[in-house]
Structures are given as structure tokens and as C-alpha cells.
Design a protein around this ligand. Sequence first.
Ligand code: HEC
Length: 191
Amino acid sequence: MYRTPLIAAVVATGLAAGALAHGGATGIVKERMDAMDAMGDAVKSVTPMMSGAAPYDAETLRAAARTFREHSGEAMTTLFPEGSGGKPSEAKETIWSDWEDFAALAEQLGRYAEGLEAAADNGLAGSAGTGAMMGGGGMMGGDGTTGGGAMMGGGAMMSAEHIAEMPADAAFAMTAQVCSSCHERFRTKAN
Ligand code: HEC
């Protein structure tokens, strides 16, 4: 049951954050909040099927993966010009002092999203016919226990190909963990 805590974390990331008002943000800060919200909505669109509350649909997951990818990497980092922190933004100043780590996480999101799009066809770990994939799922649980900190070091970073071989729910959890890792480190806990 490695999935449950990860998915719970994802829901907390996507839903709680999305519910916050933009606080009157304008310009590039509003732009990046909108981009983040689009990703939050994408998370919301797949969470029910990951928890079994809705039937699994590969295309819905692929669409979410494309949304993550669209807003990852440089598309994301260009929305964080130096000096754009401060209220109403929740961006921490460490984004600019630790820029390489921040940019690496934005890149990682793109890579994992690419893998996730391909993994959509694998179905969920618990479903019939994906027994062979369980190895990947178990391994993923191992990574989860090392925590976000270890992933940040880059050592545990996986390739898109590797993510693509995972059951869809494991691939989704891995991708969503990139969101959480970056938020834990680079976003203030506002309110
Ligand atoms: C590379 C770092 C990074 C990654 C990866 C990342 N985020 Fe964010 N996210 C941030 C930062 C920083 C903020 C705060 C932006 C601000 O307030 O200026 C934020 C804010 C948000 C918000 C609140 C937006 C608002 O309206 O205030 C949501 C929702 C969100 N992110 C969802 C996601 C989701 C979902 C993912 C993954 C699919 C994700 N983020 C990936 C750094 C990241």
C-alpha cells in the first residue's frame, strides 16, 4: 500500500494550494500561479481514478502528463525572474540563491511527465495483467522512504524511460512527488 501516503501528499499539494486565492498577484507572479494552478487542476483530474473512486482512463492521465510537461523546465523557470519574490508570492528567496537545484526540479518534472505519459498505457499496479510491473512499484516504495531530500541530491533521479515502465499510479506518484519536493523546499507555507 505504498500508494496511499504519496497520493495523500499529492492531494494536499494540489487541492489545498489551488484553493488559495492569488492574493491580488499581477504580472509574472500571476502568470506562474496560473501555470501552477493548471497543474493543480490536472492533479485533481486524475486523483479520483488513482484512489479507485473513478474508473481508470489512460487518456485523462496522458492529458495531465502533457499539462505537467508543458509547464515544466524552462517554461517554468522563466516565470521566476530574480527579484520576483515577496508578497503576494509564496516563492522563497532560496529559489535564486539555489537556482541550480530549483531549475533541476523543474527539469525533473518534465522528464517524469514524459515518462508518465508513456506509462498511462501500463494501467494501475493493482489491475490484472500488470503483475510483471509490480517490481517497479515495489522499488518505487523504496524510493519513497528515502524522502524528498534524497531525490533532490539527484542520486535517485530516474530517466523518462524508467518512469515509462512503471504502473501508471506509481509513475503518477513519482511525478507528483517532484511537485511536493519543490514546494517543500522553495515555497513558503502561507497561511
Ligand atoms: C521547480 C519547483 C516547482 C515544481 C516542480 C512545482 N512547483 Fe508548484 N509552486 C512552486 C513555487 C515556487 C510556487 C509559489 C509561486 C508563487 O507564489 O509565486 C508554487 C505554487 C503552486 C501552486 C499555488 C499557485 C497559486 O495560485 O498560488 C500550486 C497549485 C502548485 N504550485 C501546484 C504544482 C503542481 C501540481 C506541481 C507538479 C505537477 C508543481 N506545482 C510543481 C514551485 C514548483
